[in-house]
Design a protein around this ligand. Structure first.
Ligand code: MOS
Length: 788
């Protein structure tokens, strides 16, 4: 059987199939499933600590317990001990070293904002009130949140119990976000730097940023006997199920084959022996943003399930916006030093990129801070050095292009400084150093960066840009144009899906994927409809249920590249099953044909002796025809031996205005051009790009969780004071795509769109501010006091 693409569905701008549900309020997010429950639903509220280090000396719950409506107050003194079994296989997106935070299992305090109690009451208001009555005393120990000071300390040697600065203890080989080791040296970068005709050496700082999806994290959990069901805000229902099964030690005899797809078969067998994941179900059809905060399963989810079990009733817990700062990770504070050396023609001779990044004192969180630098530009000499600094903060987490976003920012600001030092056009400097392979010599599968530079330059009007900074003035504003390259790896891992063809002429396609906003629903509906030759409205696609076939993490920009081929494979398998039925059915014009001689075209099965539509064959069969299929490598594509580096590229151009009187920067226009392989749905690809640019502008100009140096607590933990870009601040944004389908990566040729748009934006904006004003801001965000 061959499937010929007959309908022009893939590549057509298509509106979200979930749009009407979302705008009419019918899309149900985790906390909103409370509508399914009556008064038996209890409400949990967290109590967090002000202290940043030490041990709980006493915790007084008497008043809280006596308050109206209170059902129970859980603390480390009365909470049941949970098994929290360790997976043999470390699933993706987990820190490699250390122990996850397990509140109420210990009296230890690691950071300010840590949960120390959960109050459960009949109503949310009663729980909120009672939570204010819990009195916690901490024997405080000295806390440390000073990354600058810690960076100056000598590196830890292995003898030390509490290293202050160290390389990651273990290459993060299983992590989605951290595929490769970070300390790499090629050639002799120090000698080449000394000898270079032009050099720059910058120290750059990126403060803590917080994932702030509109939907806060929330969980509803209930037990029926030993079966746990959960609605949880997550980007990965399968992992939430796995983690909950481990936390509660839910055991079984047989191996749950579904997890086979998580990793290599051997690892999977070891990892799930004894864990009955089918007794846990996670159902999350809608995820209102996440940017990475939904990759892990966080302590409040386990606590909600614990409370539900202890109280034998459903419990709902929604994080407050303030708790979103300290309960679900953040983009870590980091410091970077970048040295670039170029010859007289602007060809890079040396790239030295060092990074120091905070992590918590109980876990290592690693990200791809410096990996981009090894893909970015051609250079014979390079060194990247990545160091972690444990501080009294929660464990950081992935936030849209974790690592790449921060690392590329520093590299691209330093590239701009090098161009300025040479008196060269910064776009020309990038063109001259455009690489055909990574620093270790492996070629890219497909790269159309030069075309992206051309298109972006045309769209922003780069040709008219004067070279000198502070040379464009319009009324009270300095005006500037900046450019940045942008980068993001292309990844893929095994995923599976089921396709069910029904006698009523419709198809149902299921997979345990997520849609946190990029449009998984519509893009997968398109892939299924395209494969089956059906109109879009005949396909009903569902996701977000751990009982569906396994899907990988909805992160790393790899849902399209991973789940898309699985949806296609499942649909093809269902077609194959129909063909097998038809050739055995005397009533079919295909009767007696060999399956190999039948093909699907325009929704019709065509054989040597005749043709009929696919759905006519299903209708005559009278029962649904169903198939499940998996597609993709067992391990992340980037970890598989390959002749290619799979990577996406692009560029961002920004035009800014800076008020000459106040120093206030505003972004007027952004043009983003990306080479991401095949664009499946131009509408949602453009939307993702625009969203990524908005986030990048926020990072450049506004966003910062300000850590109080005395209390080690975020001082601006509201959305009123943690400034994110609003509609009023957002400029005109153009999203363009160049390049070709990347069939080396997957049969759809798509490399993923979600994260690359954020990567180059902050540096393009900073570079534009430098062009406008002559001021190079080295510590984000570029608030007006730094620009003036
Ligand atoms: Mo993204 S940080 O992979 O959700």
């Amino acid at each position: 059987m061959t499937t010929t693409q007959t309908t022009p569905i893939i590549g057509q701008a298509t509106r979200r199939v979930t749009g009407p549900l979302k705008v009419s309020g019918q899309a149900t997010y985790a906390a909103e499933f409370s509508k399914d429950f009556g008064p038996e639903l209890a409400h949990g509220v967290l109590v967090t600590t002000m202290a940043a280090s030490g041990r709980i000396a006493s915790i007084d719950t008497e008043q809280a317990e006596a308050a109206p409506g209170v059902v129970r107050v859980f603390t480390h003194l009365n909470a049941p001990e949970l098994p929290y079994e360790e997976p043999v296989m470390r699933p993706q997106v987990q820190p490699q070293v250390g122990d996850p935070l397990r509140p109420l299992q210990t009296d230890q305090i690691f950071f300010s904002g840590q949960t120390v109690a959960v109050v459960v009451a009949e109503t949310l208001e009663q729980a909120e009130h009672a939570a204010t009555l819990v009195r916690v005393t901490v024997d405080e120990a000295p806390a440390d949140t000073n990354l600058h000071a810690a960076r100056q300390r000598p590196e830890a040697d292995e003898e030390q119990d509490t290293p202050r600065v160290s390389a990651p203890k273990k290459p993060a080989e299983n992590s989605t976000m951290t595929g490769r080791p970070s300390d790499v040296t090629v050639g002799d970068p120090d000698a080449a730097f000394e000898a270079a005709a032009h050099t720059v050496d910058l120290d750059i700082e990126i403060k803590t940023l917080v994932n702030h999806p509109i939907e806060p994290h929330a969980t509803i959990a209930w037990w029926e006997g030993n079966k746990l069901t959960v609605h949880d805000k997550t980007q990965w229902v399968d992992n939430a199920r796995h983690k909950l099964a481990l936390a509660f030690g839910i055991r079984q005899e047989e191996i749950d084959l579904k997890v086979d797809a998580l990793n290599t078969a051997k690892d999977a067998v070891e990892s799930v022996l004894g864990i009955r994941e089918s007794s846990v179900r996670v159902i999350t059809p809608f995820t209102g943003g996440g940017f990475g905060s939904g990759l892990r399963t966080w302590p409040h989810t386990f606590l909600t399930a614990m409370a539900a079990r202890e109280l034998d009733r459903p419990v709902r817990l929604v994080l407050t916006r303030a708790e979103m700062f300290t309960s679900v990770g953040h983009r870590p504070h980091n410091l970077q030093r970048v040295r670039l050396g170029a010859d007289a023609d602007g060809r890079l001779q040396s790239v030295i990129h060092e990074g120091w990044q905070e992590t918590s004192v109980y876990e290592e969180y690693t990200m791809n801070l410096l990996n981009t630098t090894r893909m970015a530009y051609a250079t014979p000499n390079l060194r990247t050095t990545y160091r972690l600094v444990p501080l009294n903060v929660q464990t950081p987490t992935s936030m849209r292009a974790p690592g790449e976003c921060s690392g590329a920012h520093a590299l691209e600001v330093t590239m701009d400084a090098l161009a300025a030092e040479m008196g060269m056009d910064p776009l020309e400097l990038r063109r001259r150093n455009n690489a055909t392979h990574d620093v270790q010599g492996t070629p890219f599968s497909s790269k159309h960066l030069a075309e992206a530079y051309d298109l972006g330059a045309e769209k922003i009007g780069w040709a008219d840009r004067p070279l000198a900074p502070r040379s464009m003035r319009d009324g009270d504003d300095w005006v500037g144009l900046g450019v940045s390259s942008t980068f993001y790896p292309a990844n893929r891992i095994k995923a599976s899906a089921s396709a069910r063809l029904l006698p009523d002429g419709t198809a149902q396609v299921h997979t345990a994927a997520s849609d946190m906003g990029p449009g998984t629903y519509v893009s997968m509906t398109m892939v299924a409809a395209d494969t089956l030759g059906l109109p879009l409205d005949k396909v009903r696609f569902a996701l977000g249920d751990s009982d569906f076939p396994h899907a990988p993490v909805h992160g790393g920009s790899m849902t399209m590249a991973s789940v898309g081929p699985a949806v296609r494979a499942a649909c093809q398998a269902a077609v194959q099953a129909v063909i097998e039925l038809a050739i055995d059915d005397d009533a079919s014009p295909l009767a007696g044909a060999s399956a190999n001689d039948v093909r699907l075209e325009h929704g019709e099965l065509i054989g040597p002796g005749g043709r009929e539509t696919l759905m006519d064959a299903v209708r005559r069969h009278g029962e649904p025809v169903e198939a499940t299929a998996a597609s993709g490598p067992n391990k992340l594509q980037m970890l598989m031996p390959s002749d290619y580096v799979f990577h996406s590229y692009g560029c961002v151009f920004a035009r800014v205005r800076v008020d000459a009187r106040t120093g206030e920067p505003r972004v007027e226009k952004v043009v983003a051009v990306n080479d991401v392989g095949k664009v499946i749905n131009p509408t949602t690809a453009a939307s993702q790009t625009i969203g990524g640019v908005v986030m990048g502008i926020g990072m450049a100009l506004m966003e910062e969780a300000i850590l109080d140096p005395n209390f080690h607590r975020y001082a601006n933990d509201t959305l009123a004071e943690y400034h994110a870009l609003t509609n009023r601040d957002a400029p005109e944004i153009e999203a363009h795509f160049v390049g070709e389908p990347d069939y080396e990566l997957n049969p759809l040729g798509a490399r993923g769109v979600g994260e690359i748009a954020t990567v180059g934006t902050s540096s393009a904006v900073i570079n534009a501010i430098t062009h406008a004003t002559g001021v190079r801001v080295l510590s984000l965000p570029a608030t007006l006091d730094k620009v003036l």
